[in-house]
Design a binder for this molecule. Structure first.
Ligand code: PPE
Length: 304
């Protein structure tokens, strides 16, 4: 990972190597923390803009609310913290990781006075599933691990501890020679990737998982909006893995993964085994937006 110069920690900018915590930091032991993943892009006109910053910070506050972490900063302060951190690091394009965690103090499962701490780190991060993945599509495996039951871990909150499930699924998929894992929900319906939402296309119509066991992805929201704008029918409806096997096209969405086509699932070739027409159309609309080429969606860009 490529280091940047400074990290925003509890309201102060500190050196990258000085952004440290005590080993008794509560979140480190029990996983109760929440985070976000945001991207800042360089536009065609050479300005930089953070993509859907407000929505990401709102989701951070929702996540914190769900797990009862009281963020000691306002939304505005964190938005300006993000901008400030990008500027001081002189990065034109980067990934942004705000993290809300419980500091050290007491141990055990009923922490009382541990401080709620906030960090914002930024670093250059290229294509999450590889340049080739974005171009030509990736190979996905249905995981033997199940997505958390909606009453086990809160799936609408982006909670640190929930990612143990994702990491196990991802490692399993990679060790089996695949690029990414796709998890089913506790009833056996398709849920989401280790760090992405899933869509598929059949006969010109798109389907995606409804907001049950999945994270309410902001890229997912962009795709739903863009499909509507392009007159493509889109349904949020449960579906099974075999429905996916027989799809014409499939793709994953996420801040890190952006829009990554899926060319194979469990050894079955999807459609023609390469990114399909609908996927390409949505992908290019998405890339146009983040590069500042589509005025209609300028509101999604926060210039820095
Ligand atoms: N589901 C999960 C489980 C998830 O982690 C993400 C984002 C999404 C869906 C898509 O959400 P959105 O980014 O708002 O479109 N995953 C983040 C974490 C990646 C990481 O490895 O860390 C991300 O893409 O930033």
């Amino acid at each position: 990972m490529e280091k940047a110069k400074k990290i925003w920690l509890d309201g102060e900018l500190v050196g990258w190597d000085d952004a440290n915590v005590h080993v008794l930091t509560h979140t480190l032991h029990y996983g109760l923390g929440v985070f976000e993943g945001i991207r800042c892009y360089e536009l065609d006109d050479k300005r930089s803009a953070v993509f859907r910053l407000k929505e990401h910070i709102d989701r951070l506050f929702d996540s914190a609310h769900i797990v009862e972490l009281d963020i000691p900063f306002s939304r505005e302060k964190l938005c300006s913290g993000v901008i400030e951190t990008i500027k001081i690091n002189t990065l034109r394009e980067c990934y942004i990781r705000p993290l809300v965690f419980l500091g050290d103090g007491s141990m055990g499962l009923f922490p009382k006075n541990n401080p709620v701490r906030v960090a914002i780190a930024v670093w250059p991060w290229g294509a999450y599933l590889g340049e080739d993945g974005v171009e030509n599509g990736i190979r996905v495996k249905i995981s033997s691990f199940t997505r958390q039951h909606v009453n086990v871990n809160m799936t609408k909150a982006k909670v640190c501890g929930s990612y143990v499930n994702s990491i196990m699924a991802k490692r399993e998929a990679v060790s089996c020679g695949y690029d990414e894992a796709l998890l089913l929900d506790t009833e056996g319906y398709v849920s989401e990737g280790s760090g992405e939402n899933i869509f598929f296309v059949k006969n010109g119509q798109i389907k995606t998982t409804p907001l049950t066991s999945i994270l309410r992805g902001i890229t997912r929201d962009c795709v739903i909006e863009l499909a509507g704008y392009n007159g493509i029918e889109i349904k949020e409806e449960r579906f099974t893995r075999d429905e996916l096997y027989t799809a014409d096209e499939a793709f994953l969405t996420g801040t890190a993964a952006e829009i990554t086509p899926v060319r194979e699932i469990d050894g079955r070739v999807i459609g023609e085994g390469k990114p399909g027409v609908v996927t390409r159309k949505l992908q290019s609309a998405f890339f146009d937006i983040i590069r500042g080429r589509l005025d209609k969606y300028e509101g999604w860009l926060q210039y820095i």
